[in-house]
Design a protein around this ligand. Sequence first.
Ligand code: GRF
Length: 223
Amino acid sequence: MNAAPDSVTRLAVLASGNGSNLQAILRQIAAGALPATAAMVISDVHNARALQRADAAGVPSQVIAPGDFPDKHSWNEAIAAALESAGVDLIVLAGFMRILGQPVLARFAGRVLNVHPSLLPRYPGLKTYQRVLAAGDKEHGSSVHFVTEQLDGGPVIAQVVLPILGNDDALTLQGRVVGAEHWLYPLVIRWFVSGRIEMRGSRVWLDGRALGGPVRFAGSDPE
Ligand code: GRF
């Protein structure tokens, strides 16, 4: 269930690295364009740049690093406990480089989103830019999807599709894809917090209808 319409959705953003998507989300919240509260940022990495961004925005942050726990299960339990004590409604994975397990996913079923830099189901996993260039593909992009136990395998909500240019290398392509994620991800989060999208089984429902496939955007911010 999404949050009741009269309450503001409380987001937790989980990030392992740079946190530019976190920043884009915080910017939209601050601008009043995303009706949500950033309740907390969690990182699995002690010195992640995302933590500095959270501090600068006055968002509480916490490091929950797997190395500080005896096993994956207790690490997952610690994350679930932190999320629950902060009253989190929606988990937003933004460059979070770990796989969440049952202790979190069972408690937050249908309430975990991820952004993945490929046109899923193509190129799940790492190094998507290198792989897409090596394959000679003509287009690349990014996908926002509901998270399930299958790595990068949950139902895809929306994608941005970008042409690959003749002189692209992994860095130039990544620059354009991540730039597009900065409007795509907040847009999909807005759909969620306003109750427009929902995961039912393995399908995405948007505005009360099952999607036949992801909503696709070509290139630039539709708004
Ligand atoms: C993004 O490109 C996202 O697709 C992937 O990790 C990257 C994170 O970038 N999952 P940032 O940390 O938000 O800058």
